[in-house]
Structure formats: structure tokens, C-alpha cells
Design a protein around this ligand. Sequence first.
Ligand code: HEC
Length: 202
Amino acid sequence: MYPAYRKKNDKVNTFADRLQGCFQFSMNGGTPPAADSPEITALSVYAYWLASKAPLGVELPGRGYPDVAPPAKGYSLARGAEVYKDQCAVCHGGEGQGQKGGDSYVMPPLWGKDSYNWGAGMHRFNTAASFIKHNMPLGKGGSLSDEQAWDVAAYLNSHEWPQDPRLIGGSVEKTRVKFRANDGVNLYGQTVEGVLIGQGIR
Ligand code: HEC
């Protein structure tokens, strides 16, 4: 499917650009490996091999998830907190901190310093709601209602993640205006119960 245009950065992205984005945003990994580095080359070669004989430019089954429509009456952070406590905390932790086995995570953190950052696709309610609806709770994908998926996605958003690495001049507001006019539903740069969301983990 690559090279392809992406709304996120308003340009045609190569496959390497897309992989670099995974390092930079989804893994909050700082400066990504260069496009011609051994790491990006190895991942590109592996993906190319996986795609042997696949048709070009055609969405294959299993790519992405069907969209989950926003609830007609809006989302609720309070209901999202209940869903989280009842159905997510057992694995992802009461404080969203995840769980480790030795040095590595076996259950990923959903917010806080070791989670994905404010630039990751998962920070959009629409993206998170659709991922959550189809995959979570682990092993019970499809069990939440659309409303529960949006509520819990919104609840995740009301916590802090590491700052968007594209932060402009130290300003959450400038960064919101530049990158979020066109980028789905999220709370970045909004004030919730008197607290500005999007200040990042310090
Ligand atoms: C039985 C344990 C379990 C439960 C319960 C569970 N999860 Fe997960 N969750 C996981 C695991 C394991 C992963 C990592 C999956 C992977 O890497 O394929 C994950 C991944 C995620 C991710 C992606 C994290 C990332 O860094 O990309 C999100 C978001 C998420 N879960 C949300 C939820 C929500 C919301 C609930 C409750 C409705 C929930 N999970 C319930 C085990 C669980």
C-alpha cells in the first residue's frame, strides 16, 4: 500500500517513513533509525517477504479495523472509568501502568511515561475505540458496545502520555492547532475539570 498519502503529515509517505513513525510515536522511541539504517532495511525486507504474491494496492483482510461510530449522545469519562476498572485494570493496572515480566512489559501500559506518546495514532478516540472494540479485553474482542469502546478510549485520553515529539515552541496550543485540526477526535490541548490535557509526562 506504500508509498501512500497520509493526512497525519499531509504528504506522500514511503514505507520507511511509516516505520520511522512507529519508532517515534507508537513506541515513543526518540529519534528513529535513519531510512537507510540496518533496522529499517531489515523491517522493510521482512514486510516485503510477508507480502510475497500479495496483490499491490489492495487492502488485505486483517488490515486495520472497521470504524466504530461515535455514540449519538456523546462519550462519558465517568462511564469510561467504570469500564476501565471492571474490564481493563486487571491486565493494564489500576494506574494504567501495565505489568512487567522481568525487564519487559507483558501487558502494555496505557498511559504514563512508558506508553505511546501524544503523537501516536492511538491517541485519537476513533482509532483507539475501534482497536479496543475489536481486540479488547484481550481474548474477548467484540464484547464491548460501541459506546463503551468510545467511553474507555476517552478515559485513556484524560490521562497524560509522553509529549508529542512534534511539539512546536513548547506550546500545546500551537501543536494542537497545527496537527489536530485534521486528525480525529482527542482531548489534546483541551481543559478537562480545570486541567490542561497534553502537557506530557515531565
Ligand atoms: C487479559 C488481559 C487484558 C485485558 C483484560 C485488556 N487488555 Fe488491552 N492489551 C493486553 C495485551 C497483552 C496487549 C498487547 C497486545 C499486543 O501487543 O498484541 C493489550 C493492548 C492494548 C492496547 C494497545 C496498547 C499499545 O501500546 O498499543 C490498548 C489501547 C488496550 N490494550 C486497551 C485495553 C482496554 C481499554 C481494555 C478494557 C476494555 C483492555 N485493554 C483489556 C491485555 C489485556
